[in-house]
Design a protein around this ligand. Sequence first.
Ligand SMILES: [Zn+2]
Length: 368
Amino acid sequence: MIKKQFFTILIVSQFIFLSGQAQMKYDFSAIDQLWPIINTLQQDQEPIDEIWETLFKTPGYAALLKYELSEAFFKKHLRLTYKPSMKTNKQELLAANNRYILHYDKLLSYKDSILVFQAQFKNTEIVNQALQLTSEYLTPEMLKNAPSTPLAFILFDRDARGGYGPIIFDIIFVLDKKEKATSLFAHELHHGYRMLNMAYDEEKVELKHDNLLQALNWLQQEGIADQVNIPSEYILSLAKKNDEWAINYQRKIDQSPDIIIKLNMILNNMVVSENNLAELGRELVSNIPQSGHPTGDYMVEKIIKYLGKKDLIETGGNPFAFIYLYNIAVKNDMTLPFFSKQVITFLHEIEKQYVKQPRFDLVKKAYI
Ligand SMILES: [Zn+2]
């Protein structure tokens, strides 16, 4: 009897653990709210204030409105797109290629695929696929707790936004990405897991080190997360097919050696001017293109090429270790730019201030 009870408890707790792993919060409330609003507008009527308010209070719109665009903007563009009495204005804007009207006008033709997509999300099919992709760049330990950042789907522009609280995706943008949408979620999911597994407490970072840490985090977080959805082989294969985005992106990756030389120079300046750390930190951030994506990709590619993935993944929450690993990797090809010994020592001093388990072992190997 006792044995049986014990067995049941074991099964239950294992189930909770597994379902905890697969959890990714998502929010479609804005999309659900848009259908009745469009319906009212199509009848040339105005939704009552409470209905608009409910839309703008959904997590995705609430977060976006805090930082960009306005309630008036959305009301105006939805009215123009869907109210029959505004048809002449709409036609003029469409003729002028107004990107918002063009975009919002597509929503109804996407309705069926949006409903299918929502159902797939609720079945956790997409969530599990995304989790599987992202788990290739996380240790089992890092996967223990699921991130609480929800993915919020709204209609706003052909784009996505991170860093506003929930991760905001435009629903049409996502559906146009087709099978690549899952790997895009996997990329964002990687950021979520990384945040839960940081090697230091971000709240404790002194103001003078803020930008320096941001720069290092950008390189590490985007460099690794990009392996999930846009690894270098993928970009190269697209570039070979003359894909304009891939050609431009590859060009930015190819500029990385010059950028690394510049970053090393700024870091060297930090070593000798302790009083100027905040300003030099800002300079560091401003010299990293596209929030770290192309330069981070370049550095990760060198680390994987010469050291493999293991250390890269295990130190995924320690941005200092990322620089050490890059230096250790490029020892195999001294034509590549590297970070100076003074810079490594300087970074290690800051690492010791914040990181609970500083990587003494890697620092020694990182000296060139
Ligand atoms: Zn990212």
